[in-house]
Design a protein around this ligand. Structure first.
Ligand code: SRM
Length: 544
């Protein structure tokens, strides 16, 4: 039965009548049109596809009364940000053939393609899958890409393989409907009864994010996840996991009923019970999460409305046992994994800074060409980081010099030649692709940093994040210094988050014109330099 509750949002009705994520995708794909009808775009998201239009040409086309310049964003699903070299080359060639020539590393360790046209969707999805990469469930109201520290399995100081776990969790929560394979891969219709035992016909009320961290490396920003999982060690081996619930960052300007929220401490579970516990948490969101207002549907609002004790009791009744208390964690730390590092074996990994995750060639730097050459010659494994950077892993000692030469030849950033300010910066795509952007982000941040470097602030150690709207895709509310778009060319400036990712920042300057952002930030930095205590961090200085 489709969802016919009159109070439910149109998205709920669409999901319920989509025949397990089929909707009219197939029929509309066969038509010679540039885009899908709105209802179908909602179903497409579950397949990892967003319908967008070029916002740079939107107004002009509207005034000429012609269709918007439609194009599609395709998001892959890469648990823990892991790819083989061969898969990377496959995605690189798909990017060359069908997209805007940029492989875009996301803040959740995946790769996005932008600018794909409708007529190429089938080939693109098909070829992505030939590279053994999926896009199923990377968007939509399901469990999204599961993030994890990208190097914990190869780091000599760490004995916990969170990446393997991220993959297991991801597999567990993958939609079971064959719609994806039927439409994009093999065309084979499901002859049996379609079932979605975990999600049900209407899937979750909203997106659901799971991230895995370790106290010594919270690079995934564990407090912003719907469920944050923190590995706890005892005598150097894995004891179990602390679970945080109800994190999330998106909000709407001037709507105080929407807000960013840090995950609440829920419980501790042993490794054997982790996936079952996660499953039960997801079912509580499925059954109690809001379905009448999508702006009040994330798990964070359920926890805020009902309280963490209600949630714990519900979970205990679903798991059938009392939950163990959350273990105290003294400190969190964050590493960006950039530069050369020795692995557990005699191998090396190299973390390279990719500005705002954009693997592309420009007049100044040929990052895409350079990375392709390295991967073709040395076949490293690839790890993408939640800071939008790339790691080349399992490199032999004798190849290091040659790789360094390629990096120099193509002017790829290294830790030696990127400033601290740039190294710790991130921005979301915003304009021209994102339909929700209120202002620029990734097209504006590099020159804001250029200016700040010229003014002598390049070596300040602080996390600087910019997003084109308060949905906060570059996790701006956690940054020591955040810039959030409010309307065309206007921004709020936030300060007071911390590097460890355990605190939200606050607005400190409102409604700043784009051209004044640099001078306003410079003023904040100057005051900080003059008045800070020795070793005081920027975010700590501005936390109140
Ligand atoms: Fe995001 C929606 C890009 C991570 C919060 N996000 C969007 C969309 C799809 C716009 C849309 O709905 O039409 C953006 C597509 C832009 C484009 O052109 O590519 C978009 N989000 C991104 C990425 C690509 C930003 C990046 O710089 O890498 C990240 C993709 C992650 C991935 O691979 O899955 C991305 N988004 C995030 C994060 C950070 C995180 O998860 O670590 C957040 C904040 C955490 C959270 O979820 O609260 C985030 N995105 C949102 C929201 C607000 C959700 C909310 O409930 O508050 C939206 C809007 C929505 O869902 O309605 C959104």
């Amino acid at each position: 039965m489709p969802d016919e509750n009159p109070e439910h949002t149109k998205e709920e009705i669409i999901k319920g009548s989509s025949n397990y994520l089929r909707g009219d995708i197939k029929e509309e794909l066969s038509k010679d049109t540039s885009h899908f009808k709105e209802e179908t775009t909602k179903v497409l998201k579950f397949h990892g596809i967003y319908q967008q239009d070029n916002r740079d040409t939107r107004m002009q086309r509207v005034s000429q009364k012609i269709d918007k310049e439609y194009m599609f964003m395709i998001r892959t699903k890469l648990p823990g940000g892991q790819l083989t070299g061969e898969q990377y080359l496959g995605l690189n060639s798909i990017c060359d053939k069908y997209s805007n020539q940029t492989l875009r590393i996301t803040t959740r360790q995946t790769i996005q393609f932008h600018g794909v046209i409708k007529g190429d969707l089938n080939k693109t999805l098909n070829e992505i899958n030939q590279s053994l990469v999926i896009t199923y469930g990377s968007c939509g109201d399901t469990v999204r890409n599961v993030t994890a520290c990208p190097v914990c399995d190869i780091d000599p100081d760490c004995s916990i393989n969170l990446n393997k776990l991220a993959q297991e969790i991801s597999n567990h929560f993958l939609p079971k409907s064959r719609a994806y394979y039927e439409i994009w891969i093999d065309g084979e219709k499901n002859t049996g009864i379609e079932q979605e035992p975990l999600y049900g016909k209407t899937y979750l009320p909203r997106k659901f994010k799971i991230g895995l961290a370790l106290p010594h490396d919270n690079c995934v920003d564990v407090f912003i996840q719907d469920v944050g999982v923190v590995g706890i060690c005892h005598d150097k081996s894995l004891w179990g996991f602390n679970i945080l619930v109800g994190g999330g960052l998106g909000y709407t300007h001037k709507k105080p009923e929407t807000f960013p929220r840090l995950g609440s401490e829920l419980c501790f579970v042993t490794p054997e019970r982790l996936i079952k516990t996660l499953e039960k948490i997801v079912t509580i969101h499925r059954d109690y999460g809001g379905r009448v207002n999508r702006k009040h549907a994330r798990l964070k609002y359920l926890i805020e409305d009902k309280g963490i004790n209600w949630f714990r009791t519900k979970l205990e009744s679903r798991t059938g046992s009392k939950l163990e208390p959350f273990k105290k964690i003294q400190n969190y730390n964050v590493y960006d994994h950039l530069g050369w590092h020795n692995q557990k074996s005699d191998l090396w990994y190299l973390g390279l800074f990719i500005e705002n995750g954009k693997i592309c060639d420009s007049d100044k730097r040929k990052i895409k060409t350079g990375l392709k050459e390295i991967v073709e010659k040395f076949s490293p494994d690839i790890r993408l980081t939640p800071q939008q950077n790339i790691i080349l892993a399992n490199i032999k000692e004798e190849h290091k010099d040659e790789i360094n030469k390629i990096i120099e030849k193509y002017k790829i950033y290294t830790v030696e030649n990127v400033s601290n300010l740039r190294r710790n910066s991130m921005a979301c795509p915003a304009l021209p692709t994102c339909g929700l952007a209120l202002a620029e982000a990734e097209r504006a941040l590099p020159s804001i940093i250029d200016e700040l470097e010229k003014l002598g602030y390049g070596e300040e150690m602080l996390s600087l994040r910019m997003s084109g709207c308060p949905n906060s895709c570059s996790r701006t509310p956690m940054a020591e210094l955040g810039i959030i778009g409010i309307s065309t060319n206007r921004y709020n400036i936030h300060a007071g988050g911390n590097f460890e990712g355990t605190r939200l920042n606050k607005i400190c300057k409102e409604n700043i014109l784009g051209k004044s952002v640099v001078s306003e930030i410079a003023r904040l930095l100057e005051t900080y330099r003059e008045k800070r205590n020795p070793n005081e961090r920027f975010g700590d200085f501005y936390q109140d």
